[in-house]
Design a protein around this ligand. Structure first.
Ligand code: PXG
Length: 448
């Protein structure tokens, strides 16, 4: 029980009414609010004092755990020195250093970084770069962008257009960018249920891109955007050979390949980026979340040097790309990112995520056979458990498991009839085992 829920219902309603919460069942939540008071390491503390293990690293964004002392210190000292600096025709040194660090971690030292403040902004920025790049290189007819069913690319107008989650799209059709098409998703439970890591079946699904090229003609297609691993929709892992095939088709037809690495960037798969894990390099990479442990909003796009160079024409005093945000490369976000990158490197946390991945895989697959579990998927330090829906009430089973797990002391993320976990890189194997046992108890408690 939170402090707010101790109030008389009318007082509680007044207290809670003004905030229209994002991606939330507002009325359901406000009837029984779940309030977080503080966070430290892998645990949240609720307003009633209960400690809850953070099974999803926030919303996939806090791999170091919360309030890491080095991140806290970096932000404190930055706000005292330079709280804000305009990034339009001015700069601050730490932002340049951060861009250099990011391209070096990505193993793409010649490439460039455009800073934004969220995953959604990173996606819309990447789509704009792709379309403008095609025009700059004399391919102005390439305006079409291709996403994928079940994809999540944030909530900007571009992101929902290429996104493939129906609920996020259906209300907003008139606002979407025209000329978008979608690849089929790669999930086929009959072929891949309970796979560990990448499913062996499904590389041929990338051929759907050839069909879209045949349908629309390559001369109309600017870019393809995919998450290397589809996170939000419930850890849908690309089949072996699938991303390689997409890469090959894009290269052959002059299509920009965008990897949306908002979840997979900075270590979630046990490698710096998803591109490293799968051995496939995109032309543009979006990132956000773990870049600075989410202590201050920050995102960005890594662009191949060749793409950047296509913009660098015309007189040197002219702006080359008419795009940017008031808070691009915000000093506090950048300071938090340097500290996060220091900790990831000094404590070898990406390697630690790789070491924990088999611990999670082993543990999570022991949930096979628990009530209503119809699939379990995992890759790197991420996993999802798919539940059979309650007839007539899709999504309700996962909400019940989510609530029960919270009672057991574990905060998971429910989406549809699936719940996902992606624990902090600083978790111990014992904490991962305890998390899975907590989930087992929750599954059993809500069975029936
Ligand atoms: N791209 C991808 C691949 C994402 O996962 C975004 C873009 C948008 O990022 P912002 O910062 O604008 O929210 C995301 C965000 C979930 C969950 O439950 C996933 C996200 C956000 C919140 C919840 O899986 N991903």
């Amino acid at each position: 029980m939170s402090a707010v829920s101790h109030l008389h219902p009318e007082a509680r309603d007044a207290e809670l009414r003004a905030w229209w919460m994002p991606f939330t069942h507002n009325r359901y939540f406000k009837a029984a609010p779940r309030m977080i008071a503080s966070a430290s390491g892998c645990y949240f503390t609720m307003t009633d004092g209960r400690r809850v293990f953070d099974c999803l690293s926030g919303l996939w964004c806090s791999p170091l755990g919360h309030s890491h002392p080095r991140v806290v210190e970096a932000i404190k000292s930055q706000v005292e020195t330079l709280d804000y600096a305009p990034s339009f025709q001015m700069g601050h040194e730490a932002a340049f250093r951060l861009a250099t660090r990011i391209v070096s971690l990505a193993g793409r030292p010649k490439d460039r970084v455009f800073f934004v403040n969220s995953g959604s902004e990173a996606v819309d920025t990447a789509l704009k770069i792709a379309v403008a790049y095609q025009r700059a290189r004399g391919e102005a007819s390439r305006t079409r962008v291709i996403g994928r069913e079940r994809g999540y690319h944030g909530v900007g107008m571009g992101g929902i257009s290429v996104g493939g989650m129906v609920a996020n799209r259906k209300m907003f059709a008139p606002l979407m960018i025209p000329g978008v098409d979608h690849l089929p998703h790669t999930y086929n439970p009959a072929e891949m249920a309970f796979s560990r890591g990448q499913p062996a079946w499904g590389a041929h699904l990338a051929e759907a891109l050839e069909r879209l090229v045949a349908l629309h003609d390559a001369s109309t297609i600017a870019a393809v955007i995919v998450e290397p691993m589809q996170g939000s929709t419930g850890v849908i892992v690309p089949p072996k050979g699938y991303l390689e095939r997409l890469r090959e088709i894009c290269s052959r037809h002059g299509i920009v390949l965008i990897f949306d690495e908002v979840i997979t960037g900075f270590g979630r798969l046990g490698t710096p980026f998803g591109a490293d894990f799968f051995g496939v390099q995109p032309d543009l990479t979006t990132f956000a979340k773990a870049v600075n442990n989410a202590a201050v909003p920050l995102g960005g796009v890594i662009a191949k040097d060749e793409i950047y160079q296509a913009f660098m024409t015309g007189p040197a005093h002219m702006i080359e790309f008419f795009h940017g945000y008031t808070y691009s490369a915000h000093p506090l976000a950048v300071a938090a990112a340097h500290a996060t990158q220091d900790v990831l490197a000094d404590e070898k946390l990406i390697a630690r995520a790789a070491l924990l991945a088999p611990v999670l895989e082993q543990a999570i697959h022991t949930l096979r056979g628990e009530p209503h579990v119809i699939d379990i998927r995992n890759i790197g330090l991420a996993a999802a458990v798919e539940l059979a829906p309650i007839e007539g009430s899709p999504g309700l089973r996962a909400i019940k498991v989510f609530e029960q797990a919270l009672t057991e002391g574990f905060l998971v993320r429910a989406s549809g009839d699936c719940f996902a976990v992606a624990p902090p890189f600083v978790s111990s194997p014992a904490e991962i085992d305890a998390m899975v046992e907590g989930l087992r108890r929750a599954l059993r408690a809500v069975a029936g």
